[in-house]
Design a protein around this ligand. Structure first.
Ligand code: FAD
Length: 481
């Protein structure tokens, strides 16, 4: 009998598997797809020699992750940590720039610089406390109450109608809205403001880094350790029922919560799971380029991560329209009533990692939010929006590959409706992920634990969900502290 079976080989599943293997247990990972990694795969999606991150691309949460540090991932993997964490071009060749150096950022923001510093510096000063507070479930006494209070007060300000009281110009609010909108859904909300604050803090802290070679390197490093410790990974095994894994003393599910419905669940738990909600979807496009993007503002070309969408008001309107179910790219006169200029997250990793493309060529990764289940091919939409801030971009495109929300959902069953976060990011659902409990990783099915981003602390590549779930399973099933 295997001690531990992990279903799914995303970052959380692999972290859970390594933790169990390090404790001396026998471990097998069953992955439904033909390659390991979940949101950590890198592939030649367009042309030979052009390496695109299929899902996640930039890893602020990973670089700041306590469990990645514990597992040695920060040392075993070669990271690129850019000086310019992210950029936000605006019309007229202007841009907001979030340098890793906070002073440089403050200087660049002119009159709004001091307000930016007051927003971020007190969090940076207690970054360990903020990471601890946001790195587990919210229903517990924070280890650093001052950090939690600072984080909470700023979330209240930037997550409510108060958010326009801080800045006077238009660059700083746009720069901050670019990180807030990562969370998808309506803007401003407490949850999106919290996500934005965390990302903004990391931008001036550990940085917005990524592994040389692409996100796959992280999955491979975890898998190498697991195999070296005797663990087994089997691909092409989609688990369709918990009966298929009943021969293990503990089962960790790096999956959407729905797999639990294949067991008999107490009615209260089943009811709570049925109330679990998924958020907006994502439509993604990858480009192979003949050269670097000709940004109107050349400094934008120094940032591996770029947020498009224009001003704070434009991005908020676009995000709110999508949250109401409108397809982007269809003007109000059209059938969808969606935003003409959507929010688009862009990464250009090859500006700092030449291994991603043949000499002189580049890759560009981009996605926009769309209503759940959308079949939109965003290629033309993304091309037009990059052109808005980089005239001439279109002429550089050698090839592109698009994934609609529906295709992403088919690619990974955790992305229900194309929701890459495996569950809507609202305040309520950060507390109830997927149920309200002091140990939400534990399920009522004997020996079965949930470890995917449908548990605290939620999505992104940091492995913390896997870490908390594995710690709980090891203690409860094997008496290992
Ligand atoms: C387009 C996109 C861009 C993103 N960008 C970023 C980013 O830049 N930075 C960042 O931090 N995060 C990003 N994310 C989010 C990040 O990838 C996820 O939050 C993270 O991968 C979640 O990890 P996980 O281990 O919970 O699940 P996943 O990574 O989704 O892995 C789950 C694995 O389980 C497998 N699986 C599911 N069900 C079954 C089953 N029944 N049987 C067998 N196997 C199963 C799946 O095939 C998959 O391999 C992005 C995601 C997407 C899709």
């Amino acid at each position: 009998m295997t001690d531990v079976t992990v279903v799914g080989s995303g970052p959380n599943g692999l972290v859970a598997a390594v933790i169990a293997a390090r404790a001396g247990l026998s471990v097998r990972v069953l992955e439904g797809a033909s390659t390991i990694g979940g949101g950590l795969r890198t592939a030649e999606l367009t042309l030979p020699g052009f390496w695109h991150d299929v899902c996640s691309a930039v890893h602020p949460a990973g670089l700041a992750s306590p469990v990645f540090r514990k597992l040695g991932l920060l040392d075993r993997v070669e990271w690129v940590v850019p000086e310019l964490s992210y950029a936000h071009p605006l019309d007229g060749g202007r841009a907001g720039l979030a340098w890793r150096d906070l002073d440089r950022t403050v200087e660049g923001l002119g009159a709004d610089g001091p307000a930016w510093r007051r927003l971020v510096a007190p969090l940076l000063a207690r970054s360990r406390g903020v990471i601890d507070f946001t790195g587990s479930q919210l229903l517990r006494v924070p280890r650093d109450p001052i950090a939690a209070l600072r984080f909470g007060l700023r979330s209240l300000e930037q997550g409510t109608a108060l958010w326009n009281t801080r800045f006077r110009g238009d660059i700083a609010p746009a720069l901050f809205t670019g990180v807030v909108a990562h969370a998808a859904g309506g803007t401003p909300t407490l949850a999106s403001a919290g996500a934005g604050l965390l990302l903004a803090m990391h931008a001036h802290g550990a940085g917005w880094g990524f592994p040389v070679g692409g996100s796959q390197v992280l999955a491979d490093a975890l898998a190498d350790e697991l195999r070296a410790r005797g663990g087994e990974i089997v691909t092409d095994v989609p688990v369709t029922s918990l009966d298929e894994v009943s021969d293990s003393r503990a089962v960790l599910l790096d999956t959407a919560p729905a797999l639990l419905f294949t067991a008999d669940l107490p009615s209260g738990y089943a009811r709570a799971l049925r109330r679990y909600r998924y958020g907006s979807g994502v439509a993604k496009v990858d480009f192979a380029l003949d050269g670097p993007v000709p940004w109107a503002n050349p400094e934008v070309g120094l940032a591996p991560t770029v947020h498009l969408g224009g001003s704070r008001a434009e991005i908020a309107a676009a995000e709110n329209a999508v949250a109401r179910g409108h397809q982007p790219g269809i003007t109000s006169g059209g059938s969808g009533g969606g935003p003409e200029h959507p929010y688009i997250l862009v990464t250009q990793p090859s500006i700092a990692d030449p291994s991603r493309a043949p000499a002189g060529k580049h890759v560009l990764w981009a996605y926009t939010h769309v209503p759940a289940g959308s079949t939109l091919d965003a290629t033309e939409l993304v091309t037009a929006e990059v052109e808005r801030f980089a005239p001439g971009f279109r002429d550089l495109v050698l090839a592109s590959a698009s994934s609609s929300a529906t295709e992403l959902a088919a690619y990974n069953p955790n992305y229900v409706g194309g929701d890459i976060y495996a569950g809507e990011l609202t305040m309520a659902q950060l507390v109830k992920r997927p149920v309200v409990s002091t140990a939400p990783w534990r399920t009522p099915v004997d020996g079965v634990y949930l470890c995917s981003s449908a548990t605290p602390p939620g999505p992104a590549v940091h492995g913390m969900n896997g870490w908390w779930a594995a710690k709980l399973a090891l203690r409860e099933r094997f008496g290992i502290g």
